[in-house]
Write a protein that binds this ligand. Structure first.
Ligand code: ME8
Length: 637
């Protein structure tokens, strides 16, 4: 089997700035490409911009610009956006480039010479939004179903491609190649459309009406219809017919699009290729729409979400994670910023980031910062390792079936299982009992599985996962293959939170009462004037023992530590102003005393469910701890 894949996004119209929909398709291709690379495939990834046609000419006019200058400007916005979202295409094609025009002209001439193109009179309903004619039947209440606008009736002489002549071939081809168009629902939609006779495709526009396009090589009174021009990008970029990239990658071409442009890709394009004697692409992969309150996010509906502002707010990798995790390929998904925040705080900060942080912190504390060697494995160790190995092994199958959201969830399940494994195996107890072999084994296994998960998540979050792996001493070169890189003896780095928690309402400035005054452990000292309290007053307070199982600094709050504590029957999160006196690694494993029935409150937007006790000495803070081992959750009286 070919271990190669060629991935393409649509080339985007430049009549407006990129939005979240464009970002999604491009990120999906980038992620899939990185997964295939991890599996050892040779890959080629193309994106670009679609710059001709009515729509662009009108947009340029509205902006008071010449079409070419306008195209240069907006195309550059797309091109420059991709690296900021950690997307790295191999090529970026613009339909106004000569290398593209040359191939469009060659294909047109080839079809014309073969008698596949003819000249005729035509009248029809034309939607400028879609840049195409609609039949009566396709219109909904006389309006374009996508743009909800009334099309214009246009009559003119034009050139037509004999698309109808390829209908039988196309139906047979789709039937013989079950994964030519996928998911299945779109394949069925195309086949059902092909139950009706296919009309020939109008492939020209009179230059007198629309000067902005590629002149037909056999009649300079006309320019090429923008869809005919645009689709050819998939072969013009890899330099059809003789380019090395074309020869190497065309047979494994995988187009990625949303369902809005199914018809041109599933019908026009294969027929054009067949007419020109070029084999069809390998697969058309069709995803659903990002909606906002049930409406497609689109520039024509004016409800766009700017990808850059979200990436700036949450980080490009978290944004990528959200898009991939939240949408099942093929189905629509609803966008909500609340969901981004939820994914960020729960999956990334709490499950994955916390895991990396607590393991590196413990290796630093207990093993002199060196990944320890494992000794005899227990059932619990083997169960966790097996769970990870299974997820690693199913990667090709999930990738092949485009189940990326499910795959990410499988990885996160392993991260959660590793967090639980650490809680259950309690390495801090092994350290207290000086059971070094067991301590080393627990830390080795949890580090190994965590590095494995970080590597599996690299395609989704290239920068953050590289940072996570670097914390375990694994460089990008070490991490090229799935099984490379991890080794006992490597030096770890600890301390910096991978995903600093997102404050609940990031755009709202921190209010005065939310600042860390309450939990800074600066109680008002009792003065002679303080009234004495009754025992009943004291008894209202539930003091309990708790084990600190994880800790991290809170970004932009020098004094705060966020800690996860085990209270016996439950785990809680507390935030306390002790960071000037304690580093995260100093407190992990300690048994402290907390006020367990204090109302939760937010400190810098992070919920704190309890307060720890500390003494305020001349030289700083000192945590109140128990002087013999006591189980967590025990009452302090
Ligand atoms: O159609 N949800 O360009 P275009 C998900 N130039 N994806 C979305 C989306 C949404 N709400 N909105 C847009 C064109 N997209 C032509 C393509 S290709 C030879 C020519 C994504 O700028 C999705 O990939 O309108 C969709 O197919 C594409 O942007 C349409 O981009």
């Amino acid at each position: 089997m070919e271990r190669r894949i060629y991935l393409t996004t649509p080339i985007y119209y430049i009549n407006a700035r990129p939005h979240i929909g464009h970002a999604y398709t491009t990120i999906v291709c980038d992620v899939i490409r990185r997964f295939y690379k991890l599996l050892g495939y040779e890959t080629y990834f193309l994106t670009g911009t679609d710059e001709h046609g009515d729509k662009i000419m009108r947009a340029a006019k509205a902006a008071g610009r010449e079409p070419q200058a306008y195209a240069d400007e907006i195309s550059a916005i797309f091109r420059n956006l991709w690296p900021t979202l950690h997307i790295s295409p191999d090529d970026f094609i613009r339909t106004t480039e000569e290398r593209h025009k040359k191939v469009v002209r060659a294909i047109l001439q080839n079809l014309y010479d073969k008698g596949e193109i003819y000249h005729a009179h035509y009248g029809g309903f034309y939607c400028t939004g879609c840049e195409r004619f609609y039949t009566d039947k396709e219109l909904v209440n006389g309006k374009c179903p996508d743009h909800l606008t009334e099309p214009e009736w246009i009559e003119e002489e034009n050139y037509f491609f004999r698309m109808s002549a390829h209908q039988d071939w196309l139906v047979n081809y789709i039937n013989a190649h079950p994964d030519f168009i996928r998911p299945e629902r779109y394949r069925k939609e195309v086949l059902s459309f092909l139950n009706e006779p296919l009309k020939d495709l109008c492939i020209s526009r009179p230059r007198s009406r629309l000067p902005w396009g590629i002149t037909l090589p056999f009649d300079d009174n006309y320019v090429t219809y923008v869809w005919f021009d645009a689709l050819v990008n998939y072969i013009s970029a890899p330099a059809y017919p003789d380019g090395e990239i074309f020869k190497k990658f065309w047979q494994v071409a995988n187009h990625f699009i949303a369902k809005d442009i199914l018809k041109p890709h599933a019908i026009y394009w294969p027929c054009m290729l067949h007419g020109a004697g070029i084999p069809p692409y390998q697969r058309l992969n069709v995803h659903g729409w990002w909606n906002l309150e049930k409406h497609k996010i689109s520039k024509s509906l004016g409800n766009v979400i700017e990808p850059l502002s979200l990436a700036e707010k949450y980080g490009a990798d978290s944004f990528r994670y959200f898009l991939l995790r939240e949408m099942a390929f093929g189905l629509d998904a609803d966008f909500s910023e609340e969901n981004i925040r939820h994914r960020f705080n729960s999956d990334l900060a709490n499950d994955f980031g916390n895991l990396v942080n607590r393991i590196t912190t413990m290796i630093k504390k207990y093993c002199d910062s060196m990944i320890p060697v494992e000794e005899t494995l227990t059932d619990a160790d083997c169960t966790l390792l097996n769970q990870y190995n299974k997820v690693k092994d199913i990667l090709p199958e999930y990738l092949e079936n485009l189940r990326l959201n499910d795959y990410i969830e499988r990885i996160m399940t392993v991260c959660r299982a590793t967090n639980k494994y650490i809680n259950d195996q309690a390495p801090w107890d092994q350290a207290a009992r000086k059971n070094i072999e067991r301590l080393n084994t627990i830390l080795n296994i949890s580090a190994r599985v965590t590095c494995g998960c970080a590597k599996l998540l690299l395609p989704v979050m290239p920068e953050k996962c590289a940072e996570a792996l670097a914390n375990f001493g694994i460089t990008e070169q070490d991490a090229t293959a799935l099984d490379s890189g991890f080794a006992a003896g490597r030096h770890v780095q600890a301390g910096k939170a991978l995903f600093p928690r997102v404050i609940q309402e990031p755009s709202i400035p921190v209010k005065e009462e939310h600042k860390e005054t309450v939990m800074e452990n600066k109680p008002t000292p009792p003065t002679p004037e303080s009234p004495l309290i009754e025992y009943e007053d004291f008894a209202k307070m539930q003091l309990k023992t708790a084990h600190i199982i994880a800790a991290e600094c809170v970004p932009n709050a020098d004094k705060l530590l966020r800690m996860e504590i085990d209270m016996g029957t439950e785990k809680r999160q507390i935030v306390a102003g002790i960071a000037t006196d304690y580093k995260p690694e100093d407190v992990i494993g300690k048994t402290i005393i907390v006020v367990a029935n204090l109302k939760p409150r937010k400190i810098r937007g992070i919920e704190s469910s309890g307060m720890l006790l500390a003494a305020h000495g001349e030289k700083g803070l000192s945590l109140v701890i128990v002087d013999r081992p006591v189980e967590p959750g025990k009452p302090v009286t």
